[in-house]
Design a protein around this ligand. Structure first.
Ligand code: IPE
Ligand code: IPE
Ligand code: MG
Length: 248
């Protein structure tokens, strides 16, 4: 049976792109007296469910913050556990992604990932590259300051040999980011009750609507996604204008 939250969603006013800071795996595990890695494993279930719900709704891009550049400072056992979990998950989910016509993509500095993680990821990206229903973008070893600095360095490097037309505008700058070709998210969700960006998509979130949920990521379900979308649909996006200008 269709949930009341799903029934209340206006299909004409969906975000094209939803970005998620999946947070709270560790606290979820602690609450259940389990090791942190168990929380990450449970988190995979939420990834599956939210990916499925987004595709069913007709969302075109879903970006999931899976591992930040800063997350390397966690205990080595947790980092290694996360990297193995990634390999396992990508391998296990590839058929489902194929079947559902979902394209896997990644943003972040993939060169620093362990070889087997990068290989599994790149092969998943390659296998699904022709899929068109939705792009599932994993942010892996991602940090927004890294991304912005890489863009600046690429531009500086190129300007030594080629004629780069100055001044650079927003569209040109965006094309140097790892999200090149992906529209900015209209909605950002962060779970677990934390209210911060943690170095995620600083440029791209300039006019994004934020939804904070107190639910720990492993407990995040379709219903919670629908609630976030309903919250988004109540907002008036003004982009600097007055409400009167928007209402007209
Ligand atoms: C999010 O959950 C997953 C990653 C950052 C990889 P956390 O592991 O940050 O969970 P908490 O914040 O410690 O509860
Ligand atoms: C942000 O979560 C990164 C991911 C969700 C992958 P963190 O749990 O690492 O963020 P902070 O350190 O609490 O801000
Ligand atoms: Mg956290």
């Amino acid at each position: 049976m269709e949930s009341p939250e799903l029934a209340a969603i206006d299909i004409q006013n969906l975000p094209q792109h939803i970005a998620v800071i999946m947070d709270g795996n560790g606290r979820w595990a602690k609450l259940h007296n389990m090791p942190r890695l168990f929380g990450h494993k449970q988190g995979v279930k939420a990834v599956r469910e939210i990916t499925e719900a987004s595709a069913e709704l007709g969302i075109k891009f879903l970006t999931l913050y899976a591992f930040s550049t800063e997350n390397w400072s966690r205990p080595e056992m947790e980092v290694m556990g996360l990297m193995s979990l990634l390999v396992e998950t990508i391998k296990a989910e590839l058929n489902t992604l194929e079947k559902n016509n979902i394209r896997l993509r990644a943003i972040g500095d993939l060169s620093k990932l362990p070889d087997n993680t990068r290989t599994a990821l790149l092969s998943g990206i390659e296998k699904t590259k022709r899929n068109t229903r939705m792009d599932l973008v994993l942010a892996l070893n991602y940090s927004s300051r890294w991304e912005i600095l890489s863009a600046v360095n690429k531009i500086a490097e190129q300007s030594k040999n080629e004629n780069i037309h100055l001044p650079i505008d927003e569209a040109v700058f965006s094309s140097y980011l790892s999200t090149n070709g992906i529209p900015d998210p209209e909605l950002l969700i962060r779970t677990s009750g934390e209210h911060r960006i943690s170095n995620f998509l600083l440029w791209q979130l300039a006019y994004t609507e934020f939804h904070f949920s107190n639910v720990f990521w492993p407990d995040f379900r379709k219903k919670n996604l629908y609630e976030a979308i309903l919250d988004f649909q109540k907002r008036q996006r003004r982009f600097g204008k007055t409400s009167e200008q928007i209402a007209r």
